[in-house]
Structures are given as structure tokens and as C-alpha cells.
Design a protein around this ligand. Structure first.
Ligand SMILES: Nc1ncnc2c1ncn2[C@@H]1O[C@H](COP(=O)(O)OP(=O)(O)OP(=O)(O)O)[C@@H](O)[C@H]1O
Length: 312
């Protein structure tokens, strides 16, 4: 399948001499939700900017739907919607005029029914004649989304869509993103909220210091890098790890009443059953078991830390 976006070896050095992107390559398949994660200043906004034609790359090539963004700027831009981090709307226009203008800007035929539906989906319909200036911050954000979708783009970029928004808007956004995906729209979002990526994304890319350090299916990432912790709540206190368990990554809790075992979710051999058999053979009784899987957040923090260590 032809990727909807192909980014090849993109470089960006700002005028200040700062190298924000250092050879980024990435392909995005049609219809996927891709989450780009990275610490502050990693280059997420710069990367999105290069695809949307807002930042001129210093090197490399980008195609959208097979079209080179440099040679086919208008056609490419027509296929893309961008919800920027910063508010970028004219304060003196009404909501309706703003979305209508946005649609026209990309050369789309007027379609008031589509725009009305869009505003209804974003709970903006009652505010359609209100000047943007008079809207709350959350409502203004909804307008940004409506504006980005006004021309029915095939790809939607959301740069930190839920930073600083309330729970209700965040929930609305997530359901809107899922709905768009069902309609075949490709979604690329940057986020600091890792649970958002964990919940929403099909694939996850991690960027750090202008380089992509990992791209994986979310499920595989959790499988490969995820650790599980099994806590065995013992019937009797235990003061020493028995010899038979010496090869296990196991420790005793401070109150001596639990065994804490760390194992990889990918490695079935390391699993729980052999350990429990050994406990039974040692006559170590237990009252309860609980397991916890490491979150994407823990995986992400350790990945970025590894990258920083490697650079030192
Ligand atoms: N116009 C510019 N001129 C010089 N440096 C810039 C410019 N824009 C961004 N940078 C620098 O490039 C780096 C990457 O910035 P970018 O905004 O892409 O990061 P980000 O990953 O989106 O960060 P955040 O999560 O904080 O939004 C930062 O160090 C930033 O200071």
C-alpha cells in the first residue's frame, strides 16, 4: 500500500544554527492513528511543520499521497488539516465565517451541510454566530479543530491537542478522532499525555533530540518492552530468597510478607507458572497474587533516558 506520508531523511537547521531534525525518516499508512511522543524540544512541532509546509526543511524529501510537498504544495496542503498548538484564529470573525472561509481557502466547493454537521459534532453549533473573541478557551480549541477539518482533509495533524483542556473536551476529542479514523482519515498526533497514546494510537514513534529513536506498533511495543511485576502475598513471612529461586529477578518486600517478581511480557519461559511450581515444591504458601504491567509511560521514560545516556 502506498504510504499516505513518506518522510525521507529530513534535516532542519534553524537560522540560529540549531539542528532541530537530524535525518528523520518515517512512513505513515493511510487510516492509522500515529502518536509521536517526545520530550519538550524534541522536534515534534518542527517535524509536523515540515510536512504541512510551515517549516522549510534543510534537506530530505516528503511526499503526501505520493505527491512531493515541494513540487505540489497546493494539492498536498489541500489533503492536510492541522490543529496547531497555539491559537491561530481571527478573533473578530464568527465561528461560522471562520470555518466557511477556511474551506474556501483550500479551493473546496461550499458545503454548508458538511460544515453544520462538523460544528454539531464539536458542540459548536449553538455558537456558530458568536465572535471567536467571546468564546471560552476550550471553545476556541474546538474552533481550531473545526477549521482544520473544514476542507475534509485526508490527513489530520493534531499538535498537543489536549494540552490544558478539560476532561469533557478531551473525551469529545478522543471520540471525534476515532470517528474520523472510521471515515478513513489518517491521524497524526503529538502528545505529552502518554495514556492518550496508549489509548488511541495504532503505532507509536518516539523522537528525541531531532532523531526518531523508535517506531513500533503499540501492541508490540508493550509486549517487547513491557515488564510485568508479580506480587506473591505470602502466608508466612520469608526472610531469605531460597536457593532454588536464585535465578529469578525476585526480591522480598520490606515487611517480609511478599515476594516481588519482575518478568518480561515477551518471554513466556520466564512466566509465572514455573515460579509458582517452585514455590509449591518449597512449601511456601501464599494467600494472593497480583500482577501489574508497566505502562507506556514507564517504557517511554526509560527509552529516552537510554538515548540521553548513549549520547553522553
Ligand atoms: N524558529 C526557530 N528558531 C530556532 N530554534 C527553533 C525554532 N523553532 C523551534 N526551535 C527549536 O527547535 C527545537 C525543537 O522544537 P519543537 O517545537 O519542534 O519541539 P517539540 O518537540 O514540539 O517541543 P514541545 O513538546 O515543547 O512542543 C527546540 O529546541 C526549539 O527551541
Amino acid at each position: 500500500m502506498q504510504p499516505i506520508i513518506a518522510i525521507e531523511n529530513i534535516q532542519k537547521t534553524y537560522k540560529s544554527g540549531f539542528k532541530a531534525l537530524n535525518g528523520v525518516s518515517l512512513t505513515i499508512q493511510p487510516g492509522e492513528i500515529f502518536a509521536l511522543l517526545g520530550p519538550n524540544g524534541a522536534g515534534k512541532t518542527t517535524l509536523i511543520g515540515t510536512v504541512c509546509g510551515l517549516v522549510r526543511p534543510s534537506g530530505g524529501r516528503i511526499t503526501v499521497d505520493g505527491l512531493d510537498i515541494h513540487d505540489n504544495y497546493r494539492e498536498v496542503r489541500q489533503r492536510i488539516g492541522l490543529v496547531p498548538q497555539e491559537l491561530a484564529v481571527s478573533m473578530f470573525e464568527s465561528v461560522w465565517d471562520t470555518v466557511k472561509f477556511s474551506r474556501g481557502l483550500f479551493g473546496c466547493k461550499p458545503n454548508d451541510d458538511y460544515l453544520a454537521e462538523l460544528l454539531k459534532n464539536l458542540s459548536l453549533w449553538e455558537k456558530k454566530d458568536t465572535n471567536i473573541m467571546a468564546l471560552s478557551g476550550g471553545m476556541k480549541r474546538r474552533v481550531l479543530i473545526a477549521k482544520a477539518l473544514a476542507h475534509e482533509p485526508r490527513v489530520l495533524f493534531l499538535d498537543e491537542p489536549t494540552a490544558g483542556v478539560d476532561v469533557e473536551l478531551r473525551r469529545d476529542m478522543w471520540s471525534m478522532i476515532r470517528k474520523l479514523r472510521e471515515q478513513g482519515v489518517t491521524i497524526i498526533l503529538t502528545t505529552h499525555y502518554i495514556e492518550e497514546a496508549e489509548d488511541m494510537a495504532d503505532r507509536i514513534g518516539v523522537i528525541s533530540k531531532g532523531e526518531i529513536i523508535l517506531v513500533e506498533q503499540k501492541h508490540d511495543l508493550m509486549q517487547q518492552l513491557g515488564k510485568k511485576t508479580l506480587t506473591v502475598h505470602l502466608a508466612e513471612p520469608l526472610d531469605k530468597i531460597p536457593e532454588l529461586l536464585a535465578n529469578y529477578d525476585i526480591s522480598i518486600s520490606d515487611d517480609s510478607l511478599s515476594l516481588i517478581y519482575q518478568y518480561s511480557t515477551a518471554d513466556q519461559q520466564d512466566g509465572v507458572a514455573p515460579l509458582l511450581e517452585k514455590l509449591a515444591s518449597l512449601n511456601i504458601g501464599y494467600q494472593d497474587l497480583s500482577t501489574k504491567q508497566s505502562s507506556l509511560e514507564e517504557i517511554f521514560v526509560s527509552l529516552v533516558a537510554e538515548k540521553v545516556e548513549a549520547a553522553q
